[in-house]
Ligand binder design. Structure first.
Ligand SMILES: [Mg+2]
Length: 305
């Protein structure tokens, strides 16, 4: 799920402040390429700016750590094993929206798109270098490029599912305006698609699909198929989380504990997601600085201070 959360931490301002009070510190310009050093300086000087350097470690890990590739492949290989069992057991469903009887329906797997099958690192990296923050216009332009890569393991898994006669459905909160480009991107990478336009289900594609809550769209798929697996990177890819706070998310997680790794396969996304806004109780009226303050309150709890 693509969510509209800026990354507001003035980490670079803090870094700059530290170097100002600690003369022995190595200046950033000495350890960063000139381009990044000037980015850092400009960000620190931007009042109220929302430096996306907050995402630096998460983006670097996702882009370049072999650990990310290993975790993603691990998730998809686990998914394949569970899929074999799911196909043999016609009482198995992965959708809370699935209504009986469903055992005779053809099987389908439902996958989220962003950071589940498509890798948008180029967009995230541009935000960091441009000191930008997510916004619908730059995101829509990126979607139209149809240049996202494939998340490790996703191609192999979806092709395997298709080879077993499983319909592969891509259920995304990308807007309907970007559906054709999304389909082009998936096709170019070799993801299985049929001629059915509802292989790709976008937000606003139908009047009843206006909500970011994917529940109505999962119900639509469950009306036609036995949904054997859900794959995603965000809690809302599995159930309707209704913008739960951290405690609510814990309850939702625990209520379906034995579905994870079996019916529900989750990919890691440390860059964005509903977990991030849960840190400030989904109060989008807060300023970036206030949101950062709420996040730091969570960290202080961990530090015992
Ligand atoms: Mg996603």
């Amino acid at each position: 799920m693509r969510v509209r959360f800026p990354w507001p931490l003035p980490a670079l301002a803090l870094l700059a402040a530290c170097s100002a009070t600690k003369p022995a510190a190595v200046p950033a310009s000495a350890i960063l390429p000139a381009e990044l050093a000037s980015t850092l300086a400009a960000t620190a000087e931007t009042p109220g700016g929302t430096p996306s350097f907050e995402n630096l470690h998460a983006a670097l890990w996702t882009a370049d750590a072999v650990e990310f590739r290993a975790v993603a492949n691990q998730a998809y290989r686990l998914a394949r094993l569970a899929l074999d069992r799911a196909l043999e057991d016609t009482s198995w469903t992965a959708a809370l929206e699935q209504e009986a009887p469903f055992g005779a329906k053809p099987p389908a797997v439902v996958l989220d798109v962003d950071e589940t099958v498509l890798d948008n690192m180029a967009y995230q990296a541009r935000l960091i270098l441009d000191r930008g923050t997510y916004d619908p216009a730059t995101w829509a332009a990126w979607v139209e490029e149809a240049a996202a890569g494939a998340i490790p393991g996703a191609l192999e898994f979806t092709r395997y599912a298709a080879s077993r006669g499983v319909r592969v459905v891509y259920l995304t909160n990308r807007d309907a305006a970007g559906e054709a480009a999304t389909r082009r991107n998936l096709e170019a990478l070799g993801f299985p698609l049929t001629d059915d336009p509802d292989d790709v289900m976008t937000q606003n594609e139908r009047p009843e699909w206006r909500a970011s809550d994917k529940g109505p769209r999962r119900a639509w798929v469950a009306g036609r198929y036995r949904v054997v697996q859900l794959v995603g990177d965000n809690l809302g890819d599995f159930l309707s989380d209704r913008r739960a706070d951290f405690a609510g998310r814990e309850s939702l997680y625990a209520a379906h504990d034995d579905w994870w790794g079996e019916r529900w396969i989750v990919l890691p996304n440390p860059q964005y997601g509903s977990w991030e806004s849960a840190a400030f109780s989904n109060d989008f009226s807060l300023t970036p600085a206030q949101r950062t303050g709420r996040k730091l309150e969570r960290i202080r709890l961990r530090a015992g201070r």
